[in-house]
Design a binder for this molecule. Structure first.
Ligand SMILES: NC(=O)C[C@H](N)C(=O)O
Length: 483
């Protein structure tokens, strides 16, 4: 019997009833990984021995319905530290780095009994939107191997979409959970900034980064977020708020919810198929009891420049630690200290990372900071204000996740700015620090998934899950899976 079309709760019931075991689930996960991985390449490293050991311990302990994640095989993005399992951020710089402690989110997942099968592929240091910038080579889209799975959490998306594991963790700085979820037809949640601890997560842009779950259903997603969320003394940006019971309230419906649809989310650059699919899904939300209004969201045109100034500036500061001395890649035959810095960083970082570090360093140089970084900060405040005004009157904001479905490999390679511009619908959510979810809404003419984005007010992931679940009941896009 195969369990790979089952939800986490169904698996838990099967484990409680003794119909299967964690060892059987892990073995099945690895059988599927061995069958599909040569084509898909969702993982940078696998941890079969550790996973089987954890599965045995889990089976010995026994199961109960209040521990839904116990015994469930999951994947973890390779920028989240895992004790004893290599964590590379898909960079040559960290190729040999094996952490000796777990990130807080990993501690929490392990405490809940989840079983880590491996570390998923990604764009190098999470910089990219196609997983093509990985030092270890790209991940393929399980729906069609000629197409990218999105990024930067492309491996986490592909492994869940391909049914290798039941859930994964991704990180989202400017869309890195939501866009690959959209491209691979799964559910991806970027929680509110501060909802989930980032202690032990390799920093990219600290005012934007958030960790979140990627799953095949809304219910699975709510279970995962409930497990990883909450205040952490080790991360001063994590909010001192109780975690709502997301996995209990998601079925409460959306009768009377006020939903805003910004005109700007359907502007130039967004293709017609995407608009049609998302508009149909919005009608379905209306049929479920939501009151939908078309609105204006000002300052949308500034999102991309503001994001790429702020994210790159923060990256240039965060990535200074990779200097060839403390840890990470060290170039051989350096002739001086400066030479060591230059050679190690030149050889250890890939093209896209270097591009961000150079533009980021430029925008915080003393002669430029007022014109670039400070200016971007001011516009960011205006962008936040725009959302705040909408949320004074609305419960949710919805629109597309990305301007199109997945594209073919190599399509954006020569034009990094085109790749940046495709982030236009996801980055405003990070700039404002709001929660946003992507879920399947339909398909394009090539049969590739198209997602809808549901954005909530600060720390209101609950309303997002309620809307997402309501839509999941009437929209059949979530029912389809790649062959
Ligand atoms: N990291 C992300 O969230 C993805 C975004 N496309 C970036 O490259 O910055």
């Amino acid at each position: 019997m195969t369990y790979f079309d089952k939800s986490i709760r169904e698996l838990n019931q099967a484990l409680v009833a003794g119909e299967t075991s964690a060892v059987a689930l892990v073995e099945e996960a690895f059988a599927r990984i061995e069958a599909t991985e040569p084509e898909i390449h969702a993982f940078i490293s696998l941890a079969k021995d550790q996973a089987l050991e954890a599965a045995k311990a889990s089976d010995d302990k026994g199961y109960s319905t209040d521990r839904p994640l116990q015994g469930i095989p999951i994947g973890i993005k390779d920028n989240i530290l895992t004790d004893g399992i290599a964590t590379t951020a898909a960079s040559r710089m960290l190729e040999d780095f094996v952490p000796f402690f777990d990130a807080t989110v990993i501690e929490k997942l392990k405490a809940a009994g989840a079983i880590i099968v491996g570390k998923t592929n990604m764009d190098e240091f999470a910089m990219g939107a196609s997983s093509e910038t990985s030092y270890f080579g790209p991940t393929k889209n399980p729906w069609n191997h000629d197409y990218v799975p999105g990024g930067s959490s492309g491996g986490s998306a592909a492994t869940v979409s391909a049914g290798q594991v039941f859930a994964s963790l991704g990180s989202d700085t400017g869309g890195s959970i939501r866009q690959p979820a959209s491209f691979t037809g799964i559910v991806g949640m970027k929680p509110t900034y501060g909802r989930v601890s980032r202690w032990g997560v390799i920093s990219f842009a600290s005012s934007l980064d958030q960790v979140g779950p990627m799953t095949r259903s809304v219910e699975d997603n709510a279970i995962m977020l409930e497990t990883i969320a909450g205040h952490d003394d080790k991360d001063s940006t994590s909010a001192e708020l109780d975690v709502p019971a997301f996995s209990q309230t998601y079925k409460q419906g959306i009768e009377g919810f006020k939903v805003a649809v910004p005109r700007e989310f359907f502007g130039p650059g967004v293709d017609e198929e995407t608009k049609t699919v998302v508009e149909t899904a919005i009608k379905q939300l209306e049929e479920q009891g939501a009151q939908v209004d078309t609105v204006d969201l000002p300052n949308m045109a500034y999102n991309i420049p503001v994001y790429y100034v702020i994210a790159s500036a923060e990256a240039s500061s965060n990535l200074q630690r990779y200097d060839g001395i403390r840890y990470g890649y060290r170039a051989e035959d350096a002739e001086s200290l400066e030479d060591l810095y230059i050679k190690s960083r030149s050889e250890g970082f890939g093209m896209e990372v270097k591009r961000r570090l150079m533009t980021g360093t430029f925008s915080i140089a003393s002669e430029n900071i007022d014109d670039y970084f400070m200016q971007a900060g001011k516009v960011r405040t205006l962008i936040k204000e725009g959302f705040k005004e909408l949320f004074a009157n609305y419960d949710l904001i919805v629109g597309p996740v990305a301007p199109s479905a997945a594209y073919k490999f190599g399509e954006n390679e020569k034009d990094p700015v085109a790749t940046y511009q495709a982030d236009l619908l996801t980055v405003p959510v990070n700039l404002a620090g709001l929660p946003g979810l992507s879920m399947p809404a339909g398909f394009d003419q090539n049969g590739l998934p198209i997602g809808i984005q549901i954005i909530g007010n600060y720390f209101d992931e609950e309303s997002i899950y309620r809307a997402a679940y309501s839509l999941e009941q009437v929209n059949d896009a979530s029912q389809k899976h790649p062959e």
